[in-house]
Design a protein around this ligand. Sequence first.
Ligand code: SF4
Ligand code: SF4
Length: 194
Amino acid sequence: MTLIPGRECGDCTVCCTAPSINKPEIQKLSGAACRHCTSLPSGGGGCAIYDARPPVCRSFYCAWRTVDIFSDDWRPDKSGVLPYVETEGISEDFDLGTGIGLMLVGNPLKTVRQRWFQDFVVTGVTSSVPLFLSLPGPRGCQAATVSLNTEEMVGAIARGMVKEALEQVVKILRGWDFQPAEITYAGNDVSTPD
Ligand code: SF4
Ligand code: SF4
């Protein structure tokens, strides 16, 4: 994996909170901060066991760290969007075998009403990049995820109504029947309490 030069996680810990982790060496509920996350009075933060963090943490980077289509402003704790590389659920209609997922980890409606976010969606959809919009579920649940490469979105882009279309997608995601995320391993649950 190649990392974008000069780009650091800093005090972002979004990927230590939003997703679930289900590995033999570490387990965590989605939406629960890892108990190794630190929050410093100075405003800094990060992983308290960084040098000894388990392999799953060493191998994961969000797409902001690995894909050069995102500007510096997209750091997840600042943008409210956790971008990730999606390899599953890509239709064979696409030339690309991988896509981009955009998980709304901040204020979803506020985010999709931002011009920079709409511009990214418009560019991706019109360039036939597989794009997905995702919303974390309640603590312990799987996220809701839908494709943005739809006829509705293409039509909305043509009519200059992408904001309204994204608001509608957020409404669908908020009404999702969120299912529990399966945690099959045990022994090192690092989820912080409710
Ligand atoms: S979400 Fe991305 S920037 Fe934030 S800590 Fe994880 S890898 Fe780093
Ligand atoms: S152990 Fe892993 S999940 Fe926990 S804070 Fe460190 S990097 Fe994040």
